[in-house]
Design a protein around this ligand. Structure first.
Ligand SMILES: Cc1cc2nc3c(=O)[nH]c(=O)nc-3n(C[C@H](O)[C@H](O)[C@H](O)COP(=O)(O)OP(=O)(O)OC[C@H]3O[C@@H](n4cnc5c(N)ncnc54)[C@H](O)[C@@H]3O)c2cc1C
Length: 404
């Protein structure tokens, strides 16, 4: 069945919303995206786009556009102890192709998706803060400006604080994990600036593991920028938000006990955002009458597997595909949840279980690091193959809506 001018309103011009907008518009739907922000801006920092997410971008014909933004092709993950000594290294990308693992700036991914959505005919309306989504035979959206809009279907891709998620899943409350995360980018030092060097030199995700904290860093934009995510265990919390800034001195203080590489990095930070990391249950109900959740709205994910954006991309593809294949909308929405729920729960649980592994204290950290070192030297495949279910999963099954 073709999406002949089915009208679709999408709340949120984030990763899920824009990917769904392109997928649905390419299939003939009449799509409008409402975004609260003034513009779809430079919010966020680095993201790791793993092969499963890249497969969706390829299906949407946008993988080359993303590579062209200066996305760095990651080679591996170097696990280091707090002093900076290499514990082990995991291989990531194979030969150039679908199995690639890219390091990108969130703003670049958003720009590529937005351009792709517009090119497919979708309209994107900034400055539209949605107050309410009302399910029904003709579902509607009420904006804070008092405008009511109706459509055949409403997609809530409005992120972690989704109002529709709360309506469909009352009583489902997030719990503070006892972790906060600073996110920052710093310009790369002059000696590393040339792109060739960045792509020949440091193409690893570096993870420094300390007691009760870890720091992840990798190059962005052809090596001209470096991303930093620094996680610390703490009793008190800060709001979950893209816009909560913090004094870089707090980041420096939290990581002052780590080795010279980490201290040199944190010393270069001039601006940083701080996130409180919360564990949210995956929504049990993803859709109501002609309304549906996707991305973080359905399943906010801790960043310890770098999968939130990748799962959002997968959702967008699977939802558009279900709507395209199934004439009855209620059946299509139910099928979408069935296809996604198990996989998403597994990814969320894996991320939930990951933080403590990086944060071990001595002597446990010495034992664990020794084990990793031995395994990395003797059977490196065992360390990476465990994630085949995640990275080698292609929801598009190789299909292309358009060639990139
Ligand atoms: C520290 C950290 C590191 C991370 N690292 C990675 C990583 O390496 N790889 C990865 O895959 N993921 C990562 N993530 C997760 C990833 O950023 C999110 O999972 C992803 O952005 C979810 O996409 P989304 O489209 O569902 O939501 P969002 O990207 O949050 O987009 C939601 C959009 O909806 C808009 N909106 C919200 N409410 C309204 C409203 N009422 N009206 C109109 N518009 C509204 C917002 O302005 C926003 O544009 C990380 C997250 C954190 C916190």
């Amino acid at each position: 069945m073709t999406e002949h001018k089915r009208s679709i309103l999408i709340v949120g011009a984030g990763i899920a919303g824009l990917a769904a907008a392109r997928a649905l518009a390419l299939r003939g739907a009449d799509v409008t995206v409402l975004e609260q922000a003034v513009e779809i801006a430079e919010i966020g920092a680095g993201l790791q786009v793993s092969p499963n997410g890249l497969a969706v971008l390829a299906g949407l014909g946008l993988d080359q556009a993303l590579r062209d933004t200066g996305a760095v092709l990651a080679e591996g993950i170097a696990l280091r102890n707090s002093a900076g000594r290499l514990v082990t290294r995991l291989e990531l990308s194979g030969p150039q192709g679908a199995g690639d693992y890219l390091l990108v700036h969130r703003a670049d991914l958003i720009a590529v998706l937005a351009e792709g959505a517009r090119a497919a005919g979708a309209r994107i309306r900034p400055l539209h803060l949605v107050a309410r989504i009302e399910p029904g035979a003709t579902p509607s959206i009420v904006t804070h400006q008092g405008t009511t809009l109706t459509a055949d279907l409403v997609l809530a891709a409005d992120g972690i604080h989704s109002s529709l998620a709360a309506t469909l899943n009352p009583g489902s409350a997030p719990r503070f994990t006892g972790h906060v995360a600073w996110r920052a980018t710093v310009p790369e030092e002059a000696k590393d600036r040339d792109r060739e060097k960045a792509n020949a030199g440091d193409r690893n995700v570096q993870i420094f593991m300390g007691a009760g904290r870890h720091l992840v860093t990798y190059p962005l934009r052809g090596g001209t920028l470096r991303n930093i995510v620094a996680v610390e265990e703490r009793a008190t919390w800060v709001p979950e938000s893209w816009s909560h800034t913090d004094d870089p001195a707090n980041l420096r203080r939290a990581f002052s006990g780590m080795g010279p590489q980490v201290r040199a990095l944190t010393n270069r930070v001039t601006q940083t955002h701080l996130w409180g990391l919360f564990r949210h249950p995956v929504a049990t109900r993803w859709s109501g009458e002609r309304v549906v959740l996707l991305g973080d709205a359905a399943h906010p994910t801790l960043p310890f597997m770098g999968q939130g954006a990748n799962m959002a991309l997968e959702d967008a593809w699977v939802l558009a595909d279900a709507l395209y294949r199934e004439g009855n909308m209620a059946t299509a929405l139910a099928r979408y949840q069935t296809l996604r729920h198990r996989r998403v729960v597994r990814a969320v649980r894996t991320a939930n279980g990951n933080a403590w592994k990086y944060h071990l204290r001595r002597p446990f950290s010495d034992v664990a690091h020794l084990g990793l070192r031995v395994l990395g030297a003797t059977a490196p495949g065992l360390l990476t193959n465990g994630f085949d279910w995640l990275y080698n999963h292609d929801v598009t099954q190789g299909s292309r809506l358009v060639e990139g």
